[in-house]
Design a protein around this ligand. Structure first.
Ligand code: BGC
Length: 252
C-alpha cells in the first residue's frame, strides 16, 4: 500500500484536507481548512478541493480520498441531507475528473471515520460488530463486522417516535435547541437503545467533535453495549478517506 495518501473531509462549515502517513494514521502535512462555499454546489466544492490539493502539493501518484456527508453509491450521491441539494444524482468521479483532472476515491464521511477507528483508533483489533456513530450536524453511522465495513448505512435517518433521528439527537440539534447535556443524553439514550435493539453490536464508538466532551454525556447513558469515544476525534474523516483511497488503489 502507498505510504502516504491525502484525505479531504467535506463538512457543512469547513472543507479540511491533509496528507496522512498510513503507517501511523497521523498527519504528515499541516491540516488545511477552507470555509464550505455558500451555496455548497458541486462545482464550488470541487473547486475548493482543487485549491486544497494544490496548496498541499499533492502529486498525481498520491491516492486521494474524499469524504462526503452523504451516501456514495457507486460514485453517485443519491440524497443529501445537510449540504446543497444540487448534489443529488451527481457522479462524483466525473465531477472531480473534470475539475481536478485526476482520479479520486469518494466515500461517506461516517464510513471514513469508521475505517480510521478500525485501522488506527478505538476499534482497532475489535472483532464482532462495531457501530461507529459521528455526532455532528447530522448523525453518521458505520457498521463494521470483523473488520469489514458494510458501506453506506444511514442509521442517522432511522425514524424514531415519528422523527428523523438526527433531527432530535445530533449534536447540531443540541446546539440549535440549546439542550442541556442531561436533556440531550435522554435523546441519545432513545437513539442508541433503538440501534442496540436492532443490531446487537459488540461495541459503540462515538465520534464527531462533541466526543471530546464524552465525559459529559456518555456516563448518563444506560446501554448493554460497551461505548467508547473515538480515538481520532476530528481527524478521523481525513485519515479514513486517505486510508480507503490507498486501499482502493491497491486493488487490481
Ligand atoms: C447523512 C450521512 C452522513 C451524516 C453525517 C447524514 O445526514 O445522510 O450520509 O454520514 O449526516 O455527516
Amino acid at each position: 500500500m502507498a505510504q502516504t495518501a491525502c484525505g479531504i473531509d467535506i463538512g457543512g462549515s469547513g472543507i479540511k484536507a491533509a496528507l496522512v502517513d498510513l503507517a501511523t494514521g497521523e498527519f504528515s502535512s499541516e491540516r488545511l481548512r477552507i470555509d464550505t462555499p455558500r451555496p455548497a454546489t458541486p462545482e464550488a466544492v470541487a473547486d475548493v478541493c482543487r485549491r486544497l490539493l494544490d496548496e498541499l502539493g499533492v502529486g498525481p501518484d498520491v491516492p486521494v480520498g474524499i469524504a462526503f456527508p452523504a451516501p456514495v453509491i457507486h460514485g453517485v450521491i443519491p440524497f443529501m441531507a445537510n449540504l446543497d441539494e444540487s448534489w443529488v444524482g451527481i457522479d462524483v468521479d466525473a465531477l472531480m475528473d473534470r475539475v481536478l483532472g485526476r482520479d479520486v476515491v469518494p466515500l461517506n464521511d461516517a464510513d471514513a471515520a469508521g475505517l480510521a477507528e478500525i485501522a488506527y483508533g478505538a476499534a482497532k483489533g475489535v472483532d464482532g460488530i462495531v457501530i461507529i456513530t459521528t455526532l455532528g450536524t447530522g448523525i453518521g453511522t458505520a457498521i463494521v463486522h470483523d473488520g469489514k465495513l458494510l458501506p453506506n448505512t444511514e442509521l442517522g435517518h432511522l425514524e424514531i417516535d415519528g422523527h428523523d433521528a438526527e433531527k432530535r439527537a445530533s449534536s447540531g440539534q443540541k446546539t440549535l435547541q440549546d439542550l442541556s447535556w442531561k436533556k440531550w443524553a435522554k435523546r441519545l439514550q432513545r437513539y442508541y437503545s433503538h440501534v442496540e435493539m436492532l443490531f446487537s453490536p459488540d461495541l459503540f464508538v462515538v465520534g464527531g467533535g462533541v466526543s471530546k466532551n464524552h465525559e459529559k454525556f456518555m456516563p448518563l447513558l444506560d446501554l448493554k453495549t460497551p461505548m467508547v469515544p473515538a480515538a481520532l476525534f476530528n481527524t478521523a474523516g481525513i485519515v479514513g478517506a486517505a486510508w480507503y483511497a490507498a486501499q482502493q488503489r491497491q486493488r487490481p
